[in-house]
Design a protein around this ligand. Structure first.
Ligand SMILES: NC(=O)c1ccc[n+]([C@@H]2O[C@H](COP(=O)([O-])OP(=O)(O)OC[C@H]3O[C@@H](n4cnc5c(N)ncnc54)[C@H](OP(=O)(O)O)[C@@H]3O)[C@@H](O)[C@H]2O)c1
Length: 247
């Protein structure tokens, strides 16, 4: 697929690496990110790596009140976009969320409600063209709500369900909705956490994402793929056991 790629949350480390793979293929990219300085730095890197054209739009994606005008701008800049990658997110501080309702609601908005709003705008654009890929980065955390991160997990789980519904809606129009569930990836998002054998590199995760966006036909992918098995086991733990576990 050689047409344009829109990246929502383009300064995310995973998104930057997806952008680098796309740039090597000479793609045209539209980067949407909240920091114009960092987005311009990413754009410069992607131009140097071969992107045919890179445009930057600055936007706080959690601010739903701007989404209609934001998408007008996106559509004007890239009317023939073939793909949209929704990559932004915030790893919620569960301890803080436990005692701060406003913070919890704001995190749910960043990771789910605002994302759902943007997916609806993207869906409308791709549906009109009757083709394209809408790729949504959720998380394995959305497969089961756990004591240690259920605010983030709930939002990602809701996003996974929303993408599933959109997939069914868009199927007839030829638009593919790809749900991407990464396990832990070594990016700034988990900089404060201990890394282990199961922590993937952003380069490997991005390569898998781009490959599947371009050539795959799956509806849902776990990245790396072995997370499917790990999450199948975690999901199988009975609730009366899971609620007692400190995980
Ligand atoms: N890393 C992991 O272990 C992991 C695992 C599973 C899923 N994921 C998901 O993968 C995606 C990419 O994350 P990452 O690992 O690449 O982490 P990252 O480098 O920390 O990227 C997160 C990005 O989200 C952006 N963002 C947050 N709130 C935003 C807002 N209101 N408006 C615009 N942008 C906003 C951040 O922008 P700023 O640069 O301005 O802060 C940052 O670019 C996220 O959806 C994350 O939930 C990550």
């Amino acid at each position: 697929m050689s047409e344009g790629l829109i990246i929502l949350g383009a300064t995310s480390k995973i998104a930057q690496e997806v952008g680098r793979v796309a740039a090597r293929h000479g793609r045209e990219l539209l980067l949407v990110a909240r920091s114009v300085e960092r987005a311009e730095a990413v754009a410069g890197d992607l131009r140097a790596r071969g992107a045919s054209k890179v445009t930057v739009i600055a936007a706080d994606l959690a601010d739903i009140s701007t989404h209609f005008s934001l998408w007008e701008q996106i559509e004007a800049d890239m009317p023939d976009a073939a793909e949209v990658l929704l990559a932004y997110g915030s790893l919620s501080d569960q301890a803080r969320a436990d005692n701060d309702i406003d913070y919890t609601l704001s995190e749910l908005n960043t990771n789910f409600t605002s994302a759902a709003s943007l997916l609806m705008h993207a869906a409308e654009q791709l549906e009109a063209r009757k083709k394209g890929v809408l790729a949504v980065i959720t998380s394995v955390a959305g497969d089961r709500a756990r004591r240690s991160n259920y605010v983030y997990g709930t939002a990602k789980g809701a996003l996974t369900l929303f993408a599933q519904g959109l997939r069914a809606r868009l199927f007839a129009s030829g638009v593919r909705v790809l749900t991407i569930k990464p396990g832990p990836v070594d990016t700034p998002m988990i900089a404060h956490m201990k890394k282990g054998l199961l922590t993937a590199t952003p380069q490997a995760v991005a390569a898998a994402i781009y490959r599947d966006m371009e050539n795959g036909s799956a509806d849902v992918i776990y990245v790396p793929g072995y997370w499917w098995l790990i999450m199948a086991i975690i999901k199988a733990i009975p609730e009366k056991v899971a609620k007692k576990l400190k995980f």
